[in-house]
Write a protein that binds this ligand. Structure first.
Ligand SMILES: Cc1cc2nc3c(=O)[nH]c(=O)nc-3n(C[C@H](O)[C@H](O)[C@H](O)COP(=O)(O)O)c2cc1C
Length: 272
């Protein structure tokens, strides 16, 4: 099966595909001059799709998931920088959720966007665990508090802060999950050379895309601390063997809308 399919009626042999190919496996056929990938080199294709995406003639098709091919014009999907800047500045952690759940269909739509996140060698290692049931999110929060009880009066760096969190929980205020209806885990292979970078990138895509679908998010830092240290939570979540999760993300519909952008420290840049 060829790795790339060339429409010779459209190809003008401009060599853009040869230039943009990240693994440099596209050559020009010695006689016809059309781009081709030899059998020896085909195994090095990472299916990043750049050859196809940058072809000015739309003459090249990567022979992979053909039904998923999506053509766009240069202007489609463009967002004015001013709007995008404002959109990003408007993103806020949501800690007050309505009890309304987000439909699985809409969650899937947002997660679909994350498929286009960067990954080393286009490895796309991220898989998702969506805690969809609000009652299970509550159980995760409860187990996080249980873990916090185990570090009370220890030298754990979080120990000075846990009494407040535990006492709030015991008095009916959930500062762990903020009573969010859903909790999202991204996980990647837990190989020694792998940190969960790709999971964090994918989650960040979710974080940024979600508000455009009307969904609010909040990173759940306490939950990942508990997950990394507390076997009962590990057993409860039961992530697939050999996989490592990044900091999970709470999400749902926000009770409030923001009316101004908070101030931030000035950007700190070193130029060399
Ligand atoms: C890795 C990480 C972990 C976080 N963990 C929590 C958390 O456990 N609980 C919480 O309420 N907010 C958590 N946050 C949200 C931060 O408090 C929040 O991003 C910060 O205060 C800035 O506010 P903003 O997100 O609205 O800009 C976390 C954020 C990050 C990036």
């Amino acid at each position: 099966m060829p790795v790339i399919i060339i429409n010779e009626k459209l190809c003008i042999k401009c060599n853009t595909c040869v230039t943009v190919c990240v693994t440099k496996i596209i050559d020009n056929h010695s006689v016809s001059g059309y781009p081709e990938i030899s059998d020896e080199k085909s195994g090095f294709c990472i299916k990043c799709g750049h050859c196809e995406s940058f072809c000015p003639q739309k003459a090249l098709t990567l022979n992979f998931l053909l039904d998923d091919k999506m053509d766009i014009t240069a202007s489609e999907g463009r967002i004015e920088s001013q709007n995008l800047s404002l959109y990003i500045k408007k993103r806020r952690s949501v800690r007050h959720f309505s009890s309304e759940t987000v439909s699985k269909e809409l969650i899937t739509k947002v997660l679909d966007v994350t498929r286009y996140a960067a990954s080393g060698g286009n490895s796309q290692p991220v898989k998702w665990l969506v805690i969809f049931e609000p009652s299970i999110v509550q159980q995760v929060a409860c187990l996080t508090i249980d873990w916090m009880r185990t570090i009370l009066n220890t030298s754990h760096p979080l120990a000075p802060y846990v009494p407040v969190l535990i006492s709030a929980w015991d008095n009916g205020t959930d500062l762990i999950s903020h009573r969010a209806p859903h909790l999202l885990f991204a996980h990647v292979p837990a190989e020694p050379i792998n940190d969960p970078t790709e999971a964090i990138i994918a989650l960040t895509h979710f974080d940024i895309a979600a508000p455009s679908f009307g969904i609010g998010t909040c990173w759940a830092g306490f939950v990942i601390m508990a997950l990394e240290n507390y076997k009962p939570l590990q057993d409860f979540l039961c992530l697939p063997e050999g996989r490592k999760a990044a900091c999970p993300m709470l999400f749902g519909y926000s009770k409030y809308t923001i009316t101004s952008v908070p101030r931030r420290n000035p950007v700190d840049i070193t130029w060399r």
